[in-house]
Write a protein that binds this ligand. Structure first.
Ligand code: URA
Length: 451
């Protein structure tokens, strides 16, 4: 058996680590018998030399087996599903998709994350609902899935401890952006959920973490391969992430938008509906609950527009600690209800107006996300609180005619107030053109089916 320094040298010199090598290294990492500098050196060697498909599969499986692997009642076999997104702006898909899948008969133990860089996190969004508790034990998770069918929680302490150690080390050694390490990190956690099917929303574009389609596609292929290697039917969408998904950015504003869609109001959110349908449709097709993706998308959107998903969302909130009267009030029939009676409203609102006439052809989602992040919607350091009430609402939809002076963006802020630079940046995010400049575009560029 090679020593840890020999394993590091082997990878440093471009060698391929055997299955035994990878297991030895990972056991030493989780067992605490390696020095932090050795972990960093190996991560850097992997970052530089990469890993082939076999090494990536072995690493992913070894990471998954470093902690608890969930077990489910036999009668749920074939029904366990989840989705992972590489991070977007205004991405409230999970808030709508998890209950819609539950309404279609799936069991959805959705393990989500917090905001990363300029992108938002589902857990932060849900925590803007008073009482919502994202910390649930494995037993509580099973109980919620049994009664409701879906829950959205943070990673439990016992799941994939190797990732906690490696992720923290990657963060301080400049090795986050390594495709095999990203693959191992994401797929090991999904594997530990013992899923039947997993769908990945791999985003590319200006406001995505991966800017170009080629890079996103390479990651998507690796993720799909690694998920299928672990026995989960895994597929992926490659989706464009240039603007804002739907019409709001910011934690409580996105919860409100998700509730509006769950009440059947799809105005100004064609792209959100497209993603929910495409991701859910692929999952239902992979589980066999639908004959194909198109039938699956139809079932999902029926659950959303018909109110069944809203009932699941209400039940999920109650099961995760929200007072029944609060959950009931948020889910009461009126899509335009005054949600701010329950969710905190920012102290200040400021409407930005168009500087000239035109047709709304584009909004730069990266600029919007960066500004609201700085105003408190996101965190600059792990563990910092976020201000749930900060955010922005788009008041116009793509392709719409705009007159000079018309409000196009409502900014919700508290402390700090936006600087004149930030206001100018926000104004630069609005692109007005002529009708010929605007083209209706699908977000979904490509679908990778299970291998
Ligand atoms: N999300 C994860 O869980 N891990 C990564 O490495 C990147 C995104």
């Amino acid at each position: 058996m090679l020593s840890i320094p020999d394993l590091i040298k082997k990878k440093r010199d471009g060698g391929s680590l055997s299955d035994g090598d990878i297991q030895t290294w990972l056991e030493a990492v989780t067992g605490g018998s390696v020095e932090g500098c050795q972990t960093g050196a190996m991560l850097m060697a992997i970052w530089q030399r990469g890993m082939d498909a076999r090494e990536t599969a072995t690493l992913t499986k070894a990471m998954m087996l470093s902690g608890e692997v969930m077990s489910w009642p036999r009668e749920w076999a074939g029904l366990l599903v989840d989705k992972h997104s590489t991070g977007g702006v205004g991405d409230k898909v999970s808030l709508v998709l998890a209950p819609a899948l539950a309404a279609c008969g799936c069991k959805v133990p959705m393990i989500s994350g917090r905001g990363l860089a300029h992108t938002g996190g589902t857990l932060d969004k849900l925590e803007s609902i008073p009482g919502f508790d994202v910390h649930q034990s494995a037993e509580q998770l099973r109980a919620i899935l049994s009664t409701v069918g879906c829950c959205i929680v943070g990673q439990t302490q016992t799941l994939v401890p190797a990732d906690r150690i490696l992720y923290a080390a990657r963060d301080i050694t400049g090795t986050v952006d390594s495709l095999p390490l990203i693959t191992g990190s994401i797929i090991s956690k999904k594997g530990a959920e013992s899923l039947t099917a997993l769908v990945l929303d791999v985003k590319f574009g200006r406001a995505a973490l991966y800017k170009d389609l080629g890079g996103a596609k390479e990651l998507a292929r690796l993720l799909v391969q690694a998920g299928n290697d672990l026995g989960m039917r895994t597929g992926a969408l490659l989706s464009r992430m240039d603007g804002v998904i739907g019409c709001s950015v910011g934690n409580s504003l996105e919860v409100i938008e998700a509730l509006r869609l769950l009440k059947g109001d799809r105005r100004n959110r064609r792209d959100l509906v497209e993603l929910v349908g495409a991701l859910g449709g692929l999952l239902l097709a992979m589980t066999g609950l639908a004959a194909d993706r198109s039938e699956g998308a139809g079932k999902i959107l029926q659950a959303v527009m018909g109110g069944a998903a809203l009932l699941k969302f209400q039940a999920m909130m109650e099961a995760q600690g929200v007072a029944p009267e609060t959950a009931r009030a948020l889910c009461a029939a009126d899509a335009d209800a005054d949600y701010f009676k329950i969710l905190r409203k920012a102290k200040h609102q400021l409407d930005l107006t168009a500087k000239h006439d035109g047709v709304l052809v584009d909004v730069d989602g990266l600029v919007l996300a960066e500004v609201v992040h700085k105003l408190g919607a996101g965190r600059s350091e792990a563990g910092q609180p976020v201000n749930h009430s900060v955010g922005a609402e788009l008041l116009l939809s793509q392709g719409q005619k705009v007159s000079k002076g018309a409000p196009w963006l409502r900014l919700h802020y508290e402390e700090p107030a936006p600087s004149s630079d930030q206001i100018e940046r926000l104004q630069s995010a609005l692109v007005l053109g002529s009708p010929a400049d605007w083209r209706k575009q699908s977000l979904v560029q490509e679908v990778l089916l299970p291998v």
